[in-house]
Design a binder for this molecule. Structure first.
Ligand code: AMP
Length: 606
C-alpha cells in the first residue's frame, strides 16, 4: 500500500522544527512521512525487498535463481546476479514483442519508459507497471511540503514551468514506449490532479500536452508572459530546458508582443485544443506588449528572467550532474536567483529528494527514499569490487550501511522487475538525515559529453570518429589524435571535437567541404538521443576544430608538468579545464560545422 500514513498526525517534525517553519496539516503529514522513512531506513528496505520478492517469486526471472520462496536479503544477495541493461535485453525484447507471461514482473508490464541512456545507439526500454505511477506521485507530493519550509507564500502565485511531452512509439507487441515524464503528464495523476494552491502552473494542461513541441513552447511562454506578475518561480526539469525557453523568447519576442497587443494567437499555432484554451487567456494588452518589446529589444539580456518575471523567488531546475555547466548562464539570465534542485529520479525508478532545496548547487545532496525500491551500492573506489565479474557477485552495501565520504554506484531492485540493476550513476555520501544517507550526484559512469538529455560515452565518440575518418582516406589523411568538449557558452550548446590530422599529401589535403561532411558523419554515428536533440534544436551543429601538428604533444607536456606520469599518460578524450582549452584553442587552424541535421525518427533503428 503506498500512501502517506494517515495515522501520523503529529504536526511537528524534525524537518519543520529544524527551520522553525509553521506548517499546514497536509505538509506536516508529508514531512512526518519523510521522518518515518528516513528513521527506519533498514527496516523499510527489508520490507520492500520482501514485498518485491514475494510478489515476483513466480516470475521466470527469479525462478531461474532458485530462491525457493526466500525473501531475505542474504539469500537474494547470494543467488541473484548484478546485471546491466544488456544482460536483460533478451527478456526485454520478448516483452516488447508481446510475450505477456510473467517474465520479470508478476504484474503486467503497462508500458516501456524510454531512458535517455542508450544501448547500441538506441534508447533503453525500461519496463514499468501501472502502480509505479503512484510511487512517482508520492515522491512528487513530498517536494512542496519541503520547499514550503524554506520559501513561504508560494500559494500566493503561480509557477512558470516549461513542461513537454515527447514522441511515443509502440513496440512490436503493442506496448507504448515513451519517456517517463510523457507517461506522467499524460496520466490521470497529472491531468486530473486536485487543485492545490501550492502547485498552480501558468501553463494549462492543453499546452503541456500538445505533441508539437514548438507550439507547446510558444503557448507556454505566451501564458508566462501574460501572467508575468503572478509568477513566483520559473522552472523546467533540467537547466538545458529552461535555457531553451529563454532562447525561444529571444527568437520570438516580436511575435509574442504582437499576439499580446492584438489579443490574437499566432496562426502557426494550429493545435485546436491549444487555440481554444489560449482564446480564454489572451486579451489585447498593448501596455504589456510595449513592456515586452522594451525589455526584449535591448541588446543586454542580463537578468531577463527577473525583469520579465519580477516576483520570481527561485528557479526550479536541476543543475547537478551534467547540468552544472549551465549554472553561470542561468545566473546571468536570472541575476543570481537561487536554483532549487528538488529531486533525483530516472526511468528505472524515482529515487529521492533534496531536503534543503534552497542550498547552493554545489552543496545539493539527495536523500533516497527507502520506500521507492530496494537499493544496493557498489563501492566505486574499491577496484576489486568494481572489476569483479558478475559471476563472482561483487560485494554490495545496503542503504543503511554506507559510509560518509565514500563513492558508490547505485543498484536498484524495483517492483517492476529489475533485479540488482546497475543504474550507472556514481554518488558520494555527504551525510545522513536520520538514518538515511544523503548523496551528492557525482557523475554518470562512462559519459563523456552531454548537452541536453544526450549522453555520449567514450566508445560512441571513438566509433563516430572512425566513421568520419573514412572520408579522409582518399585524401591520404588520418586523425592522429582527438579530444572533445561540450561547448555550452551559447544556446543551444554543441559538441566540439579537436582533431590533429596527419596529411601525407599537402596538395591534396581535405577541403572545408570534406571536413564539414566529417562533422555530419559523426553526428549520423552518434546515438538516437543525440540525434533527436539535434532535430529538436536542443543541440547545435557539431564542430571540428583542426589543430596544428604537435598540439597533442604539447598537451601531454602540460599534463606532465602538472605531475602526470609519462608512463600512464593518456590523452583525455574530453576536456574542460580552462588552461587546456586555451592551449587547444590557440592552436586551431580551421573550424568546420555539420551542414545538416542528422537522421532521426521516433521509430527505433533495430
Ligand atoms: P532518464 O532515465 O533518461 O530519466 O535519466 C536518468 C538519469 O538522469 C539518472 O540516472 C541520472 O544520471 C540523471 N539525473 C536524474 N536526476 C538527476 C539529478 N537531480 N541530478 C543529476 N543527474 C540526474
Amino acid at each position: 500500500m503506498i500512501s502517506l500514513s494517515s495515522s501520523i498526525m503529529a504536526v511537528d517534525s524534525t524537518l519543520s522544527s529544524a527551520v522553525g517553519a509553521s506548517v499546514s496539516e497536509k505538509d506536516a503529514k508529508a514531512l512526518q512521512f519523510i521522518e518515518e522513512m528516513t528513521k527506519n531506513v533498514d527496516s523499510v528496505q527489508e520490507r520492500i525487498l520482501g514485498e518485491i520478492l514475494s510478489r515476483n517469486a513466480d516470475t521466470e526471472y527469479l525462478k531461474r535463481f532458485q530462491l525457493n520462496g526466500a525473501t531475505d536479503r542474504d539469500t537474494f544477495k547470494s543467488k541473484v546476479p548484478v546485471v546491466t541493461y544488456e544482460d536483460l535485453q533478451p527478456e526485454i525484447q520478448r516483452i516488447a514483442n508481446g510475450d505477456k507471461s510473467p517474465i520479470l514482473s508478476s504484474h503486467p508490464i503497462s508500458e516501456f519508459l524510454t531512458s535517455s541512456g542508450t544501448s547500441a545507439g538506441e534508447r533503453k526500454l525500461m519496463p514499468t507497471i501501472h502502480e509505479e505511477l503512484n510511487r512517482r506521485q508520492l515522491l512528487y507530493s513530498l517536494l512542496m511540503p519541503v520547499m514550503n519550509l524554506y520559501m513561504p507564500g508560494l500559494d500566493k502565485g503561480k509557477g512558470l514551468y516549461f513542461l513537454f511531452i515527447k514522441a511515443e512509439t509502440k513496440t512490436p507487441g503493442g506496448l507504448l514506449a515513451r519517456p517517463v515524464l510523457t507517461s506522467y503528464y499524460k496520466s490521470d495523476h497529472f491531468k486530473s490532479r486536485p487543485y492545490d494552491p501550492f502547485n498552480v502552473y501558468t501553463s494549462p494542461n492543453e499546452t503541456i500536452l500538445c505533441p508539437d513541441s514548438i507550439q507547446s513552447m510558444y503557448a507556454q511562454m505566451l501564458c508566462g508572459l501574460i501572467m508575468r506578475e503572478e509568477v513566483l518561480r520559473v522552472g523546467a526539469v533540467f537547466a538545458s530546458g529552461l535555457l531553451k525557453a529563454i532562447r525561444f523568447l529571444q527568437v520570438n519576442w516580436k511575435q509574442f508582443a504582437h499576439d499580446i497587443e492584438t489579443g490574437t494567437l499566432n496562426p502557426k499555432v494550429t493545435d485546436p485544443s491549444v487555440r481554444e484554451c489560449m482564446s480564454k487567456i489572451l486579451k489585447p494588452n498593448p501596455e504589456l506588449a510595449a513592456f515586452i518589446t522594451k525589455e526584449c529589444s535591448e541588446e543586454n539580456w542580463e537578468c531577463i528572467i527577473t525583469r520579465i518575471w519580477p516576483n520570481t523567488k527561485y528557479l526550479d531546475v536541476i543543475v547537478t550532474g551534467a547540468m552544472a555547466q549551465y549554472i553561470p548562464t542561468l545566473e546571468y539570465y536570472s541575476g543570481g536567483l537561487p536554483m532549487a534542485c528538488t529531486m533525483y529520479a530516472s526511468s528505472e525508478c524515482y529515487f529521492g529528494l533534496n531536503l534543503k532545496p534552497m542550498c547552493k548547487p554545489s552543496e545539493v545532496s539527495y536523500t533516497i527514499m527507502p520506500n521507492m525500491a530496494y537499493f544496493e551500492f557498489l563501492p566505486h573506489d574499491d577496484s576489486s569490487a568494481q572489476d569483479s565479474s558478475r559471476d563472482a557477485l561483487p560485494r554490495l552495501v545496503d542503504l543503511a550501511d554506507l559510509k560518509v565520504g565514500k563513492e558508490y554506484e547505485l543498484i536498484v531492485t524495483t517492483y517492476a522487475g529489475l533485479c540488482r540493476y546497475r543504474v550507472g550513476d556514481i554518488l558520494r555520501v555527504t551525510g545522513f538525515h536520520n538514518a538515511a544517507p544523503q548523496f551528492r550526484f557525482i557523475r554518470r559512469k562512462n559519459v563523456l559529453l552531454s548537452i541536453d538529455s544526450d549522453k555520449t560515452d567514450e566508445s560512441e565518440l571513438q566509433q563516430a570518429i572512425e566513421n568520419a575518418s573514412v572520408l579522409l582516406k582518399e585524401f591520404n589523411t588520418s586523425v592522429v589524435e582527438y579530444t572533445s568538449y561540450a561547448d555550452t557558452k551559447q544556446i543551444p550548446g554543441h559538441y566540439v571535437i579537436y582533431w590533429e590530422l596527419f596529411v601525407k599529401d599537402a596538395v591534396n589535403a581535405p577541403t572545408d567541404e570534406v571536413l564539414s561532411q566529417c562533422c555530419f558523419e559523426m553526428e549520423e554515428s552518434l546515438n538516437a538521443v543525440y540525434r533527436q536533440c539535434r532535430v529538436a534544436d536542443s543541440i547545435g551543429p557539431l564542430e571540428i576544430r583542426v589543430v596544428k601538428n604537435g598540439t597533442f604533444e604539447e598537451l601531454m607536456d602540460y599534463a606532465i608538468s602538472r605531475g602526470a606520469s609519462i608512463n600512464q599518460y593518456k590523452v583525455p578524450r574530453c576536456v574542460s579545464f580552462t588552461p587546456i582549452m586555451e592551449l587547444l584553442d590557440s592552436r586551431v587552424v580551421s573550424k568546420h560545422f555539420s551542414p545538416a541535421l542528422p537522421h532521426w525518427t521516433p521509430e527505433r533503428r533495430c
